[in-house]
Write a protein that binds this ligand. Structure first.
Ligand SMILES: Cc1ncc(COP(=O)(O)O)c(C=O)c1O
Length: 395
């Protein structure tokens, strides 16, 4: 028999050991080291809006802070007023009808719901189909649920849409959940008309839950209207959708979003959440109601700023010889790394030679290798400075 080792027993979870290091933590460490050296760093890394939350939302929350009702535990699934405001938003923006009682669940940011979803729908022995390159929590949430991620390649040649027919049948048999995300982080790709309908038919035939991450739904910039997976006929039978106020209203710090769609899946997600958290702070719920009720103009203004920055930055990069994927939206630019340079080497050189933080494509999965992601969350003059510095780099 193995001898007892107290030191070994004081270890951490074996599930944690299976997680790849969280990408932004690593980038952040390198960025801080450069700042500590006194360098003028231009941060085009993490997708965190530099524009402030619109005043009318902040004012509402400031007043709501004084309401003692909000000093107590909030409703776990979000107050009915918030859920009704979400239902109205989904109806008016996307022509999607939702029952606020059963088909909407407030989240402490959409990341929270995305991370918890695999625990609600899957377990050991199950596969979760995760887009690659893709937002890392699809993968990490799956691993922490004891299930196994199966990377579904998003290839440039297919407009960064998944080739669902290429997934091996033995994987499909054990797959319980498919994550999708359009407009897409990191590539900026958009779902073409008819895509969600095809996915619904595919998932329905195979009994695979589909979770569409619509965190960037309002950031569609190619002329097509913002789209919801739930517009597709039959979508509520197989899936749900995540929305966020973070990017469209410049509210990343507030932590509020929602999941909507299939009532059974949402009930399961709520059950998981009930065991981990106690819902969105009441004053933040009031801010979200205010945003959704009267904030469309603010969203449009924000999007116009990001669109212009994105176009100008893409043009500048192309002038420097970079190959940039045009995409359909988001505030990201997905670019091929210069020749003879893998994505991590490219990001290190950007930081060392130009003091620019970007994200290596490999951090979004192995199929992200060969790419780098820039986020245009700095003011125009800073973006111009970044381009001047990039133009000087000898690759
Ligand atoms: C694709 C995608 N989904 C979801 C989120 C999470 O957003 P939040 O938790 O702020 O709603 C992000 C954040 O960067 C993201 O890129």
């Amino acid at each position: 028999m193995e001898s007892f080792s107290a030191e070994k027993k004081l270890g951490t979870s074996s599930q944690l050991e299976k997680l790849p290091p969280y990408l932004f933590v690593d980038i952040d460490r390198k960025k801080r080291a450069a700042i500590d050296k006194g360098l003028d760093v231009i941060n085009l890394g993490i997708g965190d809006p530099d524009l402030p939350t619109p005043d009318f939302i902040v004012e509402k929350a400031a007043a709501a802070l004084r309401n003692p009702a909000h000093h107590r535990y909030p409703s776990g699934k979000g107050g009915i007023k918030l859920r009704e405001a979400i239902a109205r938003w989904m109806r008016e923006r996307y022509a999607v009808a939702l029952d606020p009682e059963t088909e909407i669940l407030a989240l402490i940011g959409s990341k929270e719901g995305i991370g918890h979803l695999p625990r609600a729908l899957c377990g050991p022995g199950d596969f979760v189909l995760t887009p690659d390159p893709g937002y890392p929590p699809y993968r990490s949430g799956t691993i922490l649920a004891g299930a196994e991620p199966f990377p579904v390649r998003l290839a440039e040649s297919r407009g960064f849409l998944p080739d669902l027919e290429a997934i091996p049948p033995e994987i499909l048999l054990k797959s319980r959940l498919l994550f999708l995300n359009y407009p897409n982080n990191p590539t900026g790709a958009g779902a073409p008309p008819g895509f969600f309908e095809k996915v619904v038919r595919w998932a329905g035939r195979r009994g695979i839950w589909t979770a569409h991450d619509a965190a960037y739904a309002e950031m569609r910039m190619d002329g097509l209207p913002p789209a919801s997976f739930l517009q597709a006929a039959g979508s509520k039978d197989v899936g749900l959708e995540f929305h966020s106020l973070s990017k469209s209203f410049n509210m990343t710090g507030w932590r509020v979003g929602w999941a909507c769609g299939n009532a059974r899946a949402l009930k399961a997600l709520a059950q998981v959440k009930d065991n981990f958290d106690s819902g969105v702070f009441g004053a933040v719920q009031e801010a979200a109601i205010e945003a959704l009720g009267g904030g469309l103009e603010a969203v449009r203004q924000n999007m116009a700023v990001y669109k212009k920055r994105r176009e100008n930055f893409a043009q500048g990069l192309e002038t420097c010889g970079w190959k940039v994927f045009a995409g359909a939206g988001t505030f990201y630019l997905w670019c091929q790394t210069p020749p003879r340079c893998n994505s991590m080497q490219c990001v290190e050189k950007l930081l060392d030679d130009a003091q620019i933080v970007a994200v290596p494509g490999s951090g979004f999965g192995r199929f992200g290798e060969g790419y780098v992601r820039f986020t245009v969350t700095e003011k125009e003059d800073r973006l111009k400075t970044a381009l001047l510095r990039i133009a000087q780099i000898k690759w």
